[in-house]
Every structure is written in C-alpha cells, then in structure tokens.
Design a protein around this ligand. Structure first.
Ligand code: URP
Ligand code: ZN
Ligand code: ZN
Ligand code: ZN
Length: 467
C-alpha cells in the first residue's frame, strides 16, 4: 500500500534553490519535483493534495542543540521529549539532536540508555543524540568508537562547570585525538570555567547577587580564550571542532582566524544571542533570571558580529540550545544568588520564525535561512540529504510556511512547557501552517495532528561538512 501526497503551487526554498515547483511525496519520502504547470507536474496524482499557493515549501528545521529533561542545578529542564518535540513541530522543526549525558563515574552507555528511555515512544518528530562526555578515561574513549558506529557521532565537552561537566585540557585533547581517529565531532562549550568560578565567588562576596552579574562574570574574553584554546587543542589533535552557542564578538574572531587558516573549525550561535542582550538580564524584580544561560547574553553590540559571521560563513549553524526552566519554582532557585539560577532558555518553537524575521530585516537571504537552520545542521551532523533539504529520496519532512501571516510571540499561545516566553510580545511576520514528518501531517493548517511515538531515533553518519 503506497500513500501519495502532492504539494501544489508553493515556492520551494532549499539552501541552494528557490523554484516554483510541485512536490510529490510517496511513502514518506520526496519522490519528485516538477516545475509548476509543466506536463511532468500534471502527472503527479495523489490521495491528498496540499495547496501551497502563495506559501513557501521548505525543509523541516533541524535543531542540532536541545536539552529535553536535562538535569541541571538540582532540577530538570521543563520540556519532556513529548512536550518539547510537539512544540518543535509547531515551530517548523522536524528533527532535533538532543544531548545524552554521561555522569561522572558512569559509562557513556549508561547515559545513552537513560536518554533513549526518556525519548523512546514519546517524540512527535525524529531525533538523534549527541553524547556529553563528562569523564574521559580509557573506557569512555573506547566507548566513543562504539557510539560512532551506532550513529551517535558527536560528543560535547565542557571547559566550564568545574565539578559537573568540566573536562581539563588533557581530557579534551585525549577525546579530540580519539575523534580524529573514529570520525566523531567534538562540540565544545568554550568558556574558561575555572576563571569564571573565581569571579563568581568574588562577585557574591561583594553582594552582587542579581541575575545581571551572571553576564558580568562570564566575560566575553573568557569565551574567546577558551575558544582559542579549544581550536589549538583540536589543531594539535588533528581533529575538527564545532563550538556551540557562540555569543561574543571576540570568539567569532577566533573562529574566523582559524577558518582563514583552512582549519575544520565550525561555530553555532543561537537566536537568544541574535535577538536578546544584557538589557534583558538587567530587567528588574528578578525578571532577568529568565535570560540566564551560558554562554551569557552579551551587550547588544555583539549582535552585529554574529550576523556578519552568519553571512560570511564563519558561523554555520543556528540552533536553539533549548533548555527551559520555569520562572516559578525553577529560575527562582537563584533568588539572592545568581549562580544558583538554572542555566538555559526556551526557544525550540521560535527559531524558524525568528530567522525568517531576520530575512525580512535584511540580515540574511531566504536561502541562507534554510542553510543555517536546516541544511548545514543536517550536513554537520551526518543527516544529509535524508534531512535538511527537499530533493528526491529525502525524508518528506516539509513545512508549508506562510511568509505574510503575522504573529506575536507569547507564553499564552506557545506550546513549550514553560511559564514564560523569552520573546514575550515580539511581533514577527511569517508562520508555520502545515508540517509533515516523513509524509505524516504533524501540524495541519495550525492544528496539531501528530502523535507521541511517531518520531524515531535517527542514527547519524559522521560529519559531512569537512573542508
Ligand atoms: O545555559 C545553557 N546553555 N544551558 C544548557 C547547557 C549548555 O551548556 O548548553
Ligand atoms: Zn554506572
Ligand atoms: Zn553549553
Ligand atoms: Zn546546550
């Protein structure tokens, strides 16, 4: 039994093309594209026709950085795989790559099994895992090889959070050497956490306890220093490097210089660094806690360097780092001590719309929007062309996007399981209308028609973005 869907009348946008084409979907995959009004398009017959006249037809978003149910600071990120993947679909994202966590003293395998159990049967859209490596030793290095074979082909290490996720330079070098051999990609949280912890202690001793001091102690220079050190360690190891959540001008400069030397060094930024700033962290009555994440929000001046990096390809990917904590009961854990505010922002539902707004605001082109949000994350993490594009053979993960609809972002209307929106009241133009995941309608004309368990674990090949 085969099922066929045809999407007629839309403008198909991929990272490389914008074409008025009809799209034929067969058994969950893109079967063919044909220019509208041609005899080839007339041959497309289907059980279901979606009219996309006046709309964009784009690949589903690939969000390569989420943290559903992440344990952090004595609490858990408030979106489960069920609520978080449903919200992702509402926002036009059809694949997430979440972070499984190795706890110190335990194996990678145990951490991975735990994350599989959280996600299995609960996701509305497809998902993969990166592995957070918190404890590099002979055993975990061997386990990395096995994980690469199982489709977990990227590993996050932390130069921040001493005593929790932190790796020292020796542990980082060893993991990088291993990834140079097994094809894994090291993803780095680049902040000098040892120095930051000294500044945290000094700030608290001075009575500087408000959320805004989170931004002051986690200095741009300490992001740049760690970025530089990570690049040099990767160079010594002969390994590629992907720096996550880049927020500082000085860190972009480090990446740009390394790339000018021809190194396989890549950078991701996130909507919060492009649209929010230390002004938000300084909001009174502890409201600033809503904006505490690491790396921290920066003064507004840094945004220009991030947009420029996205245009020059010194930054290649925009992911959300979706890691929501409710204001009530979770962010509030840090009243009187900013260092106890759980780190992270909600955003998995907002990314595609915010980046479309960036197109309208003249920061990036339409094709670049699709490149940084769909195609490159898929290539970077070994999912291409199954995910990230609309081409024959690709999974039919497709979004019908209305570029003219206006909306106001708000916790009242969003679908993430968190009691505030980081973008409350923000007006944007452009809205997801219909979302298909492997041909199945997850959102149908702005109604949720998906189900928990439709989304499956998706093993990945190694990085497809190397020079
Ligand atoms: O503040 C953040 N980014 N929380 C999530 C964990 C991480 O470092 O990515
Ligand atoms: Zn154990
Ligand atoms: Zn991080
Ligand atoms: Zn993260």
């Amino acid at each position: 039994m085969s099922s066929r869907t045809v999407i007629r009348g839309g403008l198909v946008i991929t990272a490389s093309d914008e074409i008025h084409a009809d799209v034929l979907i067969e058994d969950g995959r893109i079967a063919a594209l044909a220019a509208q009004g041609t005899p080839a398009a007339d041959t497309f017959t289907a059980d279901r026709t979606i009219d996309a006249t006046g709309k964009y037809v784009i690949p589903g978003g690939v969000d390569a950085h989420t943290h559903m149910e992440l344990p952090f600071g004595g609490t858990f990120a408030s979106d489960t795989f069920e609520t978080g993947t449903r919200a992702a679909a509402w926002g036009g994202t059809t694949t997430i790559i979440d972070f499984a966590v190795q706890s110190v003293g335990h194996s990678l395998r145990e951490g991975l099994d735990t994350w599989h159990a959280k996600a299995d049967g609960n996701c509305a859209i497809d998902y993969g895992f990166h592995m957070i490596v918190s404890d590099v030793n002979d055993h975990t290095l061997k386990e990395m090889d096995h994980l690469v074979e199982e489709g977990i082909t990227s590993f996050k290490q932390f130069m921040a959070y001493p005593g929790v996720f932190y790796s020292d330079d020796g542990q980082i070098l060893r993991a990088m050497q291993r990834s140079a051999e097994n094809g894994g990609l090291i993803m780095m949280h680049a902040e000098n956490g040892i120095a930051i912890d000294v500044l945290v202690e000094q700030a608290l001793a001075r009575g500087e306890t408000d959320p805004r001091y989170h931004g002051e102690v986690r200095k741009a220079l300490l992001e740049a220093e760690a970025t530089h050190r990570a690049i040099k360690l990767a160079q010594v190891a002969g390994a590629p490097l992907y720096v996550v959540h880049v927020s500082a001008t000085e860190a972009v400069a480090e990446l740009a210089r390394a790339r000018d030397e021809g190194l396989n060094v890549f950078g991701e930024t996130c909507p919060q660094y492009l649209f929010l700033s230390t002004d938000n962290l300084a909001e009174p009555d502890f409201e600033g806690a809503k904006y505490v994440c690491s790396t921290p929000l920066r003064p507004r001046e840094h945004q220009a360097a991030l947009w420029r990096g996205l245009r020059t390809n010194d930054l290649q990917v925009v992911s959300t780092d979706h890691c929501p904590f409710c204001f009530v009961g979770q962010k509030e854990l840090g009243r009187g001590d900013f260092s106890k505010i759980p780190n992270g922002l909600p955003g998995v539902e907002n990314r595609m719309d915010l980046l479309h707004q960036a197109v309208l605001d003249g920061h990036i082109s339409r094709r670049r929007w699709i490149e940084i949000a769909c195609a490159t994350p898929a290539r970077m993490f070994g999912l291409y062309p199954k995910k990230g594009t609309i081409a024959p053979g690709a999974d039919a993960d497709v979004v019908i996007y209305d570029p003219h609809a206006e909306q106001v972002m708000s916790a009242e209307t969003h679908h993430m399981n968190v009691d505030y929106s980081a973008y409350e009241g923000k007006r944007t133009t452009g809205r997801v209308e219909t979302v298909l995941s492997r041909g199945e309608p997850v959102i149908t004309e702005r109604e949720y028609t998906g189900r928990a368990g439709h989304g499956v674990f998706t093993p990945r090949s190694t990085c497809q973005y190397l020079n």
